[in-house]
Design a protein around this ligand. Sequence first.
Ligand SMILES: Cc1ncc(COP(=O)(O)O)c(C=O)c1O
Length: 410
Amino acid sequence: MRSENQQQRTEDIPAVCGGHPVREAVNRLPYARPQILAEDIRAVEDVLHTTFLTTGPAIDRMEAHLCEVTGARYAVAVSNGTAALHLAVMAAGLTEGDELITTPITFAASANCARYVGARPVFADIDPQTWEIDPAEIERRITPRTRAVVPVDYTGQTPALEQIRELCDRHHLTMIEDAAHSLGTVYRGKKVGTWGDMTTFSFHAIKTVSGGEGGAVLTDDEELYRKLRTLRTHGITRDPAELQYPSEGPWYYELQTLSMNYRLTDIQAALIDSQLNHLADFAARRRQIREKYDAAFAGIPQLILQQSLPETEAVRHLYVLRLNPDRLQIDRRQFFDALEAEGVGCNVNYIPVYRLPYYEKLGYERGLCPQAEALYASMLSIPFYSAMTDQDVDDVIRAVRRLCAYYQKA
Ligand SMILES: Cc1ncc(COP(=O)(O)O)c(C=O)c1O
């Protein structure tokens, strides 16, 4: 159906280029969507028949499953990936005046986690080939106030994690890997989940494994694990080994520090636990689609593809195209609109975080990270998810190719 629409839309191309409003596309292919299978629905139903709707056995199962999948020793399930980052920063002890280094090409949460505790995010520029945070740029921005580095596995690829691990060790910094995009990715033979002192995941609706919402912090460090468990639920502990005063009875608990309610429900945990059973299949399908896109787009001079480190076996969450302005007559906005007019849903991941008005008001200035800004000006994300059919993938490839050919600069 969409292919027919595309045939019909070929005539529309000059109108789009001329800035006319884009017509509502029929059968629009979204840029992302979850894949929920019958057994996932049954797993959720099963929980609804139990007495535990929150913090019950499904949480324990999901946490154990995450440890099994990643090789980490401990997992703490929380309400979303943002909560995971916030708790990781709290557990690392960051406070007012401290600095945390991260990439600008990420969702705001990777930087906001510093602000929640009064710390200052510092943005290090990206590598122009991989679009991941550049370790040399991190090193350049370390000051006596730096306490943590938050490398983000942008699109599911990774930055040079070994170098970042090494520089964190050398400067005594906590490494909190934001792996919201990279569940299942392997770097130098070791799974994402064990490179950082803590690793955070998101199970937002469109992530490879979905819980609607959901998150987790993984660590190999028992002390951090204990802190994270307490911080997840207000800062309350019932563990006899941790109590400050003798227990007054079975009801007794102590609030020892101030935190939030960042608990995940058992309903979501059951969905995530069940979805984790499909991770290998979802990853294989994402790999297939990525290979098909890479092969189709590689020789097109109008496009620049994200390079991956040879030591990274990625499970991609996003597929991002960079447009080559020297070879195209139209800019990113026009290309975006034209693809949407072809029924191909797009997005832009991401606006450099420091350019968002909240950060501008804090004094961050444009031009801080030139590579990140150049990437932002010319990139867009195209449909990429495990539930895409071969026909969907072909439709996207055909539409992208046609626009590149039509708008090529001589
Ligand atoms: C890189 C990155 N970090 C953190 C988050 C926050 O995760 P959540 O939406 O689960 O709070 C996201 C969200 O999509 C993300 O893409």
